[in-house]
Design a protein around this ligand. Sequence first.
Ligand code: FAD
Length: 496
Amino acid sequence: PATSNLTSPLSSGPIPAAFLAAAAELLGPEGLTADHERIAPWLTDWRGRYHGRADWLASPASTEQVAALISLCAAHRVALVPQGGNTSMVGGATPPADGSALLVSLRRMNRIRALDAAAGTAVAEAGVVLETLHDAAGAAGWRFPLSLGAKGSATIGGLCATNAGGTQVLRFGTMGALVLGLEAVLPDGSVLNGLTPLRKDNRGPDLRQLLIGAEGTLGIITAATLRLVPQPAATATAWAGLASPQDALTLLRRLEAAGLAVESFELIPAESLALVLDHLPGARAPLSGDHRWHALIEATGDAEGGAEGGAGVADALQAALAAALGDGLIGDAVPAASSAQAAAFWRIRESVSAAEKAAGPAVQHDISVPVAAMPDFMIAAAEAAERAFPGTHASGFGHLGDGNVHFHVRAPANAPADWVARQGPAVSDFVYDLVTAAGGSISAEHGIGQMKRDVFARLGDPVRLAMLRAVKQALDPLGLMNPGKLVPLASPPAAP
Ligand code: FAD
């Protein structure tokens, strides 16, 4: 496949003065800055692994300004890096180190243009922060059913560009399933006006899905029409102790078969729970007794005596858990007796990453395999990784019902400080080879960015990689958009 557009069609020198003069006139002092203090916080990724350089930060305030800016970039051959809340887990929004790209923040485009309370839709600009949308939807009696730990910073544009997941995917799908329409500026400066909230539109393939998950390599998303869902009458939360991930998946299927609308089913191994209890002041184990695995379960539905006068979701969940306890599928379970207790359960779940980080260095992987295969995979992969890298401890936690776990390989005790830097690539290659052999994905929800670009080139299906390159070539022949991310630079290795 042709790769010339990806191998550096742009000059890598400083951004041309003629471009900067035209951009300054277009954007004004609020919209273009070289002030290092304003730019510096946006040059390092959230995990602190990648440091880029950008001498200029552009902050357009409207779709028209984005379109005019990209046209200027195309005319002057200036590469650009779109950025929202900069919470990417894969270095996706960090500019290249040579300062050759313009950093383009969408954070000033932060208006909710419309919220249709009759239709249950919202039109949000790219820079709207997820939590702001949650609040606005809630105030109108609706709910935007996607949430994640970075909700106070992550933006609608970034969530679309990474096709983000989170803790409610089980019921509502990833971001792509919640986007009804999209407005985006393509690499030639033209505007795709696709904000229509049509539920059905079969005029050829669904082009908005091309931009969802493209990580800013095919255009800049400026706004999205989003699907809202009604607020549930009641939410029931429970914690269960189990012997194995296999039992956990059986439990999930039973809850679903019992008619429960399960929104979240998060799996946590005992050792991760122990780390959280050490790490979180005041945190208490939800269950007494020893359980090898734990599940945090949340379902929504009627309140007691609701629509049909029947039992509410809390009773239904409790009955299903009691039945599972009765036949030994689970070791114990406790329902959250109040919203405060439910919040305490969630605080434990959301602190697993931070507690593991505090406990010492680890190599982290965001992986998926087919849901039914995940329980066995988790156990086998952990044993294999611990055998291959003696002294390490491997385990997975997270979205079992989506077939997606965060699989961490913790460094041996007393490992040198640079253990992750030295051993990380070998550990990750080992894990990704297992994932690929199991028919899984090396990136379940965080994307490829720059962190996984080369391993994607190594392990990706050659046909898939060639299609991605062909799309990139067609839409961005100058290679302007987010250079060095997602699409591997070199040709993929020949198929074995
Ligand atoms: P950025 O980080 O700024 O950018 C991300 C990518 O999108 C970059 O490639 C960037 O170039 C591109 N981009 C940004 N805005 C635009 C735009 N307007 N148009 C085109 N391209 C654009 N992710 C999950 O899926 N599930 C989780 O549960 C989850 N939990 C997280 C928890 C924490 C604590 C953190 C820090 C991150 C988590 N993430 C999770 C990852 C992260 O929140 C998502 O990747 C998020 O979607 C990024 O949004 P952002 O606005 O910060 O985008």
